[in-house]
Design a protein around this ligand. Structure first.
Ligand code: PMP
Length: 447
């Protein structure tokens, strides 16, 4: 369907244009002699990085002075938009006027944030971290301690941050295996984890029957291998099977937060035992959180043998710091509000319809999958229903082409796939800009 020679030529042309357009970003990159891999974090080498000069709302300005519509939004870390005024004010007040970015003392903001997260996600008792990864790590420790079981079960091709247990997939023969490229695994992942495909309740029942799974830790939709939505009844089935086998259920809402003010959990009225989240909840200031059911919180606090205070392995010095808490209160209270989600999702509906019209008009065997304020194009149709199918539908060259083509025309997509996310400041002209760029890219591709 895709003419690969034509695609290779287009990628080369877009790369030349990218290099011509971005001399300052390129020389900044070339000058970063003392950064490991020339970047502040090695994943930034996914593409030649555009350097950030400034950002406001749904736009970023790069070092060469281009204004870009930002649909990457720090891959969800900036889902509140860049530097929204209430967060700027709250952070300035905490850091400047009041003082005390970090103090080993609680602030009243934290209690407000806990109550708001409880309202949105249904689980009543919250604790904080600085990242979603740590929220997941600490939740995993707690569920292991409380169940006395050793294993955590994941969806194949999930992503929950750099959590050792989660780096497991089903291989080509459908057997559990360490995820390719896993750096310095502390132990064989098969000793700590089990894995099933999303949307496979039979597989889940079979794996839980071993009786050694402390918790199922899932995103309610996969978002890190393209978006793979749960089929009707799947999440209810997961809840039934986990409850029936004494297995706890953790929803990681870090990305699926795009589905609404309480993520998929809140939108669909689901009842996990634990919810974890990070990235967007403090408007770009580092903050993660995990929420526990009343039953679980009681059990944990009632266990004198668990050291929740000092050396137990759940906690961090800067976790729950006053600056993160002030930023989270402003973000949840004034920026990522219920009304803001309604507007973001309506705009994303409009974008999804436009992308679908382009795909259908070109007769491409692609699919467009939306999860609230997030939408992504997959290079296969119908949309993949498992992580493995979505992994197999990846096309790095097509992704490169779409990213370069969009960046060269003022639209930034998330680097690891072609995900587009909206924030409260995104406008219809912003989403239309991407819809037009996507249509032009498809036209170039199909002639
Ligand atoms: N959970 C999910 C669902 C994620 O997508 C990610 C990051 N992409 C994480 C956790 C980890 O977030 P962080 O890297 O901020 O710790």
């Amino acid at each position: 369907m895709i003419d690969r020679a034509r695609l290779a030529g287009l990628v080369a042309a877009e790369r030349r244009l990218f290099d011509e357009r971005n001399p300052r970003s390129r020389s900044a990159y070339a000058a970063a002699d003392h950064l490991f891999g020339r970047v502040p974090m090695t994943w930034m080498n996914k593409t030649t990085p555009l350097y950030l000069a400034a950002a406001r709302g749904a736009h970023v300005t790069d070092l060469d002075g281009h204004d870009l519509v930002d649909l990457c939004l720090g891959d969800t870390g900036a889902m509140a938009g860049h530097s929204p005024a209430p967060v700027v004010d709250a952070v300035a007040r905490r850091l400047g006027e009041l003082g005390g970015a970090t103090a080993m003392m609680p602030t009243e903001d934290a209690a407000w944030v806990g109550a708001e997260l409880a309202r949105r996600f249904g689980v009543p008792y919250w604790s904080f971290s600085l990242t979603a990864t740590d929220a997941n790590r600490w939740a995993i420790r707690l569920v292991r301690a409380l169940t006395g079981r050793s294993k955590i079960l994941f969806h194949s091709y999930c992503y929950h941050g750099s959590v050792d247990e989660s780096l497991i997939v089903l291989d080509a023969a459908g057997r559990p295996a360490s995820r390719e490229g896993n750096v310095g695994a502390p132990t064989d992942v098969l000793a700590t984890s089990r894995v099933v495909e999303i949307n496979d309740l039979d597989g889940l029942a079979r794996e839980l029957a071993h009786g050694d799974v402390a918790a199922v830790l899932i995103e309610p939709a996969l978002t890190n291998i393209g978006i793979v939505l749960p089929e009707p009844g799947y999440l209810a089935g997961v809840r039934e099977l986990t409850a029936a086998t004494g297995t706890l259920l953790i929803h990681d809402e870090t990305h699926t937060f795009s589905a609404g003010p309480g993520g998929v959990t809140g939108r669909d009225g689901l009842r996990p035992d634990v919810v974890t989240i990070g990235k967007a909840i403090a408007g770009g200031i580092p903050c993660g959180a995990y929420g526990l059911s009343a039953e679980l919180a009681d059990r944990a606090l009632g266990r004198a043998d668990l050291d929740l205070v000092d050396m137990g392995g759940v906690g961090g010095t800067l976790a729950g710091n006053p600056l993160s808490m002030a930023a989270a209160r402003a973000t949840l209270g004034e920026v990522l509000t219920d009304d803001a989600f309604a507007r973001m999702i309506a705009l994303t509906d409009r974008l999804t319809a436009a992308l679908r019209a382009t795909v259908a008009g070109a007769g491409l065997p692609w699919s467009v999958v939306q999860l609230g304020a997030r939408v992504e194009v997959r290079f296969t149709a119908p949309a993949p229903r498992t992580g493995t199918a979505s992994h197999l539908a990846a096309d790095a060259e097509l992704d490169d082409f779409l990213h370069l083509f969009a960046a060269n025309r003022g639209v930034l997509l998330t680097p690891f796939h072609n995900m587009a996310l909206t924030c409260p400041a995104t406008t219809s002209s912003d989403v239309d800009a991407y819809a037009d760029v996507f249509a032009a890219a498809v036209a170039a591709l199909t002639g």
